[in-house]
Design a protein. Structure first.
Length: 631
């Protein structure tokens, strides 16, 4: 209801502005038939009866095409005191106008608008010197072109008043349709440029069909076509355009209001049937004898098709606005106004319509060309609203995502810190346990043995000094291993070698290093475990195998991509019963913790301890505060 109130209010204002109040209402106008040489027919003047908004039509045979009809319009002036003018609602086919025998308009005027169904108005000032008080005669010559020739509605009155009406009507009939075609094409291109979601594409395709059909019909029926077309071809094209507009409206409303989830296949089939019907009508119109009435019938069917679709569409759009609680009310309201104008224009071609706000004001403007500007601008505005809504949605989603991400990052950081603290404490406890075991197995065992010897045997100062030196050496190796673990494997081995030489003497230790790029692959934990394994192996070689010489080598195996650490001695070897004692189990456990391969070979010629470290990957978890970054 609100849509219709707004629509009819706009229509009333536009019609009142473009239609002079002084419009002549006489019942008939006399006319003469002129031959091609300009001579009048011998018959007396005939009368053309008024036919509403069509003016004063005259039916002529098609054999007289090219002849002229001269309309004779007498009018009285009490006293021509103010400037007067002639206003013609449509000036098409006008070739000459005279008043009291004087030419007002030269033949073949330059026209801005010459469409197939509409034309621009005419405004002609009447010179005061050609007018006189009393009876005056106005003659309007029009060329015969088609079935009918009509003198359009006209007004003779004050020049300023008629000029204002002429300017308004010229704006509504010429300038706005030109702008409308451009706006419709721009909106169509804008719809093509946007990458629409799959759910919106059927609706947008229907909208593009509506925009294209309205733009093409406005250009075709309002402006002069580029090619000359016969009456049958013109009717066929116009009917097809009406069918396209009706189909586009039906499809758009179907997809926009979501009447059903499935595609309206029946509607597509109906569209093809309509195309076939109008094509058949075109062919029949070319062969029947009275083709005029047949073509009019086909054209009226296309009008009623648009009217029926628009009525249903308006009802469905209004229902959808109520159903969706006002969602997309603006787009649907503008669309309802635009398609109402299309329907009113077709209905006005069938019947004379009058403004519901003024029963004496006929609706004479063609509204199909006028509504293009509003339709195109509303589409552009709707696209801008959708783009702004999409941008707000993206910004809101980004804000929520950022907040959620910050919360999750804080939770993850807290969890990671808690985990690191647990692992650090676990590592500290583990290191303490290992140091205690090292102290117990090495220094502690030696001190216990010294204590037992002192209690059961006489004091031997040299033996006591040597045993204490061994215990101090072991203690230094333990501390040195802890201090140098952060320096990398190569530096740790060099420090270990130096400390071992101080304990053994230079002549008893031989070393060979060939690391390549391997030292950069290991962290502090690997280095610490390697030093402890070597420390345990040295302790076994000196205390249990009674070795006099040690050989330490480090070499990278190019085939297996592993670093081979090997410690050999020339001792007496390990007894078979002691294969699981003397710290071998501890060394195996330490090697397994760092993903290394541990092997021991022992015989009468000596013992070899081999440790193979993987270079390309790590099989253990880094401990924060203990491991240094690899590489």
């Amino acid at each position: 209801m609100v849509w219709q109130i707004v629509f009819w209010a706009v229509v009333h204002v536009a019609e009142r502005s473009a239609r002079p109040i002084q419009m002549d209402t006489r019942a008939s106008v006399a006319y003469l038939l002129l031959h091609g040489d300009g001579s009048a027919d011998s018959a007396a003047a005939r009368q053309a009866r008024r036919a509403g908004l069509d003016g004063y039509p005259v039916s002529v045979p098609r054999t007289l095409e090219g002849a002229r009809i001269r309309f004779l319009v007498p009018f009285d002036l009490p006293q021509p005191a103010q400037p007067l003018a002639l206003f013609l609602a449509i000036r098409e086919e006008v070739v000459q106008i005279r008043v009291n025998g004087h030419v007002v308009q030269p033949s073949e005027p330059l026209v801005r608008l010459e469409g197939l169904l509409t034309s621009e108005p005419g405004y002609y000032p009447l010179a005061a010197q050609h007018l006189h008080a009393g009876s005056n005669l106005l003659e309007v010559d029009k060329v015969v072109n088609g079935f009918d020739v009509a003198l359009s509605e006209f007004a003779i009155g004050p020049a300023e008043v008629l000029a204002e009406a002429y300017r308004w009507k010229n704006l509504l009939l010429t300038d706005l349709p030109m702008v409308g075609v451009g706006v419709l094409i721009f909106a169509l291109l804008l719809c093509l440029a946007v990458n629409w979601p799959d759910a919106d594409r059927p609706r947008i395709r229907a909208l593009m069909l509506l925009l294209g059909s309205c733009a093409l019909s406005t250009w075709f029926m309002t402006f002069k076509p580029a090619l000359p077309l016969g009456l049958s071809a013109t009717v066929l094209i116009w009917c097809l355009l009406n069918a396209a507009i009706a189909t586009a409206i039906a499809l758009y409303v179907w997809f926009d209001t979501q009447l059903a989830r499935d595609r309206p296949r029946w509607l597509y089939r109906l569209s093809w049937l309509l195309i076939g019907f109008f094509a058949c009508g075109f062919m029949i119109g070319g062969i029947v004898e009275n083709s005029r009435y047949w073509l009019l019938l086909v054209m009226h069917v296309s009008y009623w098709l648009v009217i029926g679709v628009v009525v249903v569409a308006d009802v469905v759009l209004a229902w959808s606005v109520v159903r969706d609680h006002g969602r997309r009310w603006f787009e649907r309201s503008v669309l309802a106004l635009c398609i109402s104008a299309l329907a009113m224009d077709r209905l006005g071609s069938l019947y004379d319509l009058f403004s519901p706000l003024d029963a004496d004001l006929p609706l004479s403007l063609p509204w199909s060309p006028l509504i293009g500007t509003l339709l195109g601008l509303s589409v552009v505005l709707a696209l801008a609203r959708e783009a702004a809504h999409a941008r707000r949605t993206v910004l809101d989603a980004n804000r929520v995502l950022t907040q959620t991400l910050q919360i999750r990052e804080a939770e993850l950081a807290a969890s990671f810190a808690e985990r690191n603290e647990i692992l650090r404490r676990s590592a500290v406890l583990e290191e303490r346990g290992r140091i205690v075991r090292d102290m117990h197995d090495g220094v502690g065992g030696q001190l216990v043995r010294l204590q037992a010897q002192l209690r059961t045997q006489p004091l031997d100062r040299e033996a006591l000094a040597a045993a204490l030196d061994d215990s101090l050496g072991d203690l230094r190796l333990i501390v040195d291993a802890l201090d140098t673990a952060e320096d990398g494997l190569y530096d740790a081995l060099v420090a270990f070698e130096r400390r071992l030489r101080q304990q053994l003497g230079a002549q008893r230790l031989t070393t060979t290093y060939a690391f390549g790029s391997a030292p950069d692959q290991f962290g502090a934990r690997v280095t610490l475990q390697v030093l402890r394994i070597l420390q345990e192996a040295v302790s076994n070689a000196l205390r249990h195998a009674h070795a006099s010489e040690l050989y330490l080598s480090a070499d990278r195996d190019p085939t297996s991509q592993r670093l081979c650490l090997e410690l050999r001695d020339n001792g007496s070897g390990l007894a078979a019963t002691a294969s699981r004692g003397h710290g071998l189990t501890n060394m195996q456990q330490r090697a397994a913790e760092i993903g290394a391969e541990f092997a021991v070979r022992s015989d009468a010629r000596g013992t070899t301890v081999r440790l193979l470290l993987p270079v390309l990957h790590r099989t253990y978890a880094p401990i924060h505060g203990v491991d240094a970054p690899d590489g």
